[in-house]
Design a protein. Structure first.
Length: 362
């Protein structure tokens, strides 16, 4: 197939960036909540009520989740220093105490790839916990898995601050608490397990999935007087999809989730939903694309990615070559569907200074 360059492919500079991109976000960020006009935190916006947002929920006059900007009433801020995030409005002190709606975010349907979301879970004395999520196959109407964080672990102990992973049959396959669970040195007990940001990463490969939960470190500004640094991976487990779940196309914030005594000063917060698709249903891998587009290298701490401006609904793939003279580019196996904003692709084998990269579009 003939491939045509859009503009000349040139060597690009490595650009160091600050906190404008999530430091550990896995793949291309689909939703960072920055495009909602919250008027500097004065207005709360239910994302499911915004056309084209990708969010859906039961029609209700009292939304469970809302986008809100930086506000002095918050104890915590988005981990990446951005202005806005999604936060849970329900709390024990604000009936109904728990969320009563499922909030669904539509994903590009995939059979192989990595999904991630950053979470700052609230504390709550209720068993359901402050954060509940699922990855789902909406066609089959079934979940691949569900994940919860709460003050009470699956055994009902108070103050443990567990990350619990359930398979599709609601069987506990990982309990990430340093006291009663499988991990060691994991932040536990109030307030250490809550005044922190985490990243939940789920990699699907056919009928098998891997869950990796990373501790990103204390919230900004830190609401408690402790200096426990980011601890990296604290939960790692492999699971098996149930029969009939063949593709994932939906991220669900599931009910019920609670916020403890207050939903304004210390709510559960969600930010930087990201996805890297490796294979789509019915395909033998990434789609064939025709045109190379302008792109630039981006360094996020110790990780490098290839940044570019996307177009809505257009497929983009990452290619590399060790030799610009021959221009013999090969596919890295990673591609995304554009959302109209800036996106980043990462070499799955590790971005290398010995390689030259370009992004191609169909």
């Amino acid at each position: 197939m003939k491939k045509t360059l859009i503009n000349e492919i040139i060597a690009v500079a490595v650009v160091a960036i600050g906190m404008s991109l999530a430091p550990t976000a896995s793949g291309a960020i689909l939703e960072d909540f920055e495009n909602y006009n919250t008027l500097n935190g004065v207005v709360e916006i239910d994302p499911s009520a915004v056309d084209g947002s990708g969010w859906s929920a039961v029609a209700d006059s009292s939304p469970d989740w809302a986008v809100r900007g930086d506000n002095s009433s918050f104890d915590d801020l988005p981990y990446d220093g951005s202005d806005q995030a999604l936060f849970l409005r329900r709390s024990n002190a604000n009936p109904p105490g728990g969320s009563d709606q499922d909030y669904n975010f539509a994903l590009t349907s995939f059979t192989e790839g990595t999904f991630s979301v950053q979470v700052n879970p609230s504390s709550t004395g209720d068993g359901p916990g402050g954060f509940n999520m699922e990855l789902r196959d909406s066609v089959a109407g079934s979940a691949l898995l569900s994940i919860r964080h709460g003050e009470k672990g699956h055994t009902g102990d108070n103050g443990t601050g567990d990350w619990i992973v359930y398979d599709a049959s609601s069987t506990v396959i990982a309990d990430g608490n340093g006291i009663e669970g499988t991990g060691s040195g994991i932040p536990s007990t109030y307030p250490h397990a809550w005044d922190r940001w985490y990243e939940v990463r789920i990699t699907l490969s056919g009928s098998t999935y891997d869950v990796d939960i990373h501790d990103l470190g204390p919230t900004l500004p830190s609401g408690v007087s402790h200096a426990m640094a980011a601890m990296g991976s604290i939960v790692s487990v492999t699971g098996q999809a149930i029969t009939g779940v063949t593709q994932i196309d939906q991220f669900r914030l599931s009910s019920p989730s609670h916020n403890g005594g207050s939903n304004q000063t210390d709510p559960t917060m969600i930010d930087n939903i990201a996805l890297t698709v490796v294979s789509v249903p019915g395909g033998g891998g990434p789609p064939i694309v025709d045109d190379a587009i302008a792109s630039s290298n981006i360094v996020v701490e110790a990780t490098a990615g290839i940044g570019f401006q996307s177009e809505v609904g257009v497929e983009f793939r990452l290619q590399s070559t060790p030799d610009l003279v021959s221009s013999n580019y090969t596919d890295t196996g990673v591609y995304v569907i554009g959302n109209g904003g800036g996106m980043v692709l990462f070499d799955p084998t590790g971005t290398s200074s010995a390689k030259n990269y370009r992004v191609m579009k169909e």
